[in-house]
Write a protein that binds this ligand. Structure first.
Ligand SMILES: C[S@@+](CC[C@H](N)C(=O)[O-])C[C@H]1O[C@@H](n2cnc3c(N)ncnc32)[C@H](O)[C@@H]1O
Length: 291
């Protein structure tokens, strides 16, 4: 199935032009950069994201809604769900096999995964080839920012007991989304896709800016309120109704500092605090705890 011109390109069933054995023309892209800093922030986009999976349809709904959909429509993101079975060469399209040494569960064979990597790798330029794996470095906002500066990500989704160890020789990163085990890498890949897409300049509207998001600033974000001003006796902090912009900003910063200190002392310990931040917190402590 290939749904084009839908934003999602599902390659399944159509075969892959150029696979196997035929080389694929490298996409030509050129950009003029005026400084090294610009090279880091101005994307030569669209960012191409290939998600290699045994279950391409699993991705379709997520990538065809909301911000991911808009990012593709704006031409800033090009997401492809790549059917791993298209890279198998046997009659039964086997992508897994039993483990050497015995034991329960199946292991994903190296040949189809590496064939997919080698097919996709030259299509843009110098991709990050990312294996989803509980063993990987735990994903965070810094990593999302790093990936958002790339032009091509290839995300590999494991299933069963995981992938043959030798696949690791063909990757650039292995990445975990947390200390728990998922049944497959698709949800991990979607986590990466979603968090990276919102960081691509132009993807979020002005009102949805990621600049104040939790973690971006090194702190958790302040609380939000909307109408009604009184919900079941719970009222909105007075300052937010005051229309006094500077006081609202001050309150938000104070809440952000307080929440981070309370809920994420690990983040708070390395947060870049200013003198004004320290004064705000000291004042809050005095008003609320009397010290
Ligand atoms: C059932 S898991 C394999 C777990 C493996 N046997 C282990 O104990 O580490 C199957 C696949 O799900 C994905 N996966 C599971 N947990 C993950 C996590 N925390 N982060 C990223 N990917 C994960 C990986 O792609 C993995 O190959």
């Amino acid at each position: 199935m290939r749904i084009t011109p839908s934003p999602v390109h599902l390659f399944r069933g159509w075969g892959y032009p150029g696979f196997p054995g035929v080389s694929v023309k490298r996409a030509q892209r050129s950009s003029v950069f005026h400084s090294p800093e610009e090279m880091n922030v101005i994307p030569t986009r669209p960012l191409r994201v290939d998600i290699v999976t045994l279950f391409p349809e699993m991705l379709e709904s997520v990538v065809s809604h909301s911000i991911l959909k808009r990012a593709q429509e704006k031409g800033l993101l090009d997401v492809r769900a790549v059917d791993l079975r298209a890279f198998t060469t046997d009659r039964h399209k086997m992508a897994d096999d039993s483990p050497f040494g015995g034991g329960a569960g199946m292991v994903m064979k190296p040949e189809p995964l590496v064939a997919a990597i080698e097919y996709l790798r030259p299509q843009v330029s110098a991709p990050r080839v990312i294996l989803t794996s509980p063993r990987g470095a735990v994903y965070n906002q810094r990593r999302a920012e790093e990936f958002a500066r790339e032009s091509h990500l290839i995300l590999l989704c494991g299933r069963y007991e995981g992938v043959d160890e030798r696949v690791r020789a063909f990757i650039t990163d292995d990445l975990s989304i947390g200390d728990y085990v998922l049944s497959g890498g698709e949800l991990a890949a979607l986590n990466v896709l979603d968090s990276v897409a919102r960081l691509i300049p132009g993807v979020l509207g002005k009102e949805e800016s990621a600049a104040e998001d939790s973690f971006t600033t090194g702190l958790l974000e302040h609380p939000h309120y909307t109408r009604p001003a009184d919900f079941r006796g719970m009222t909105v902090p007075e300052v937010l109704l005051s229309g006094h912009h500077a006081n609202v900003e001050r309150w938000r910063r104070e809440q952000s500092l307080r929440l981070t200190r309370e809920h994420r002392p690990d983040l708070f310990a390395s947060a870049p605090l200013t003198e004004a931040d320290r004064r705000l917190l000291a004042q809050w402590d005095e008003e609320n705890f009397g010290f």
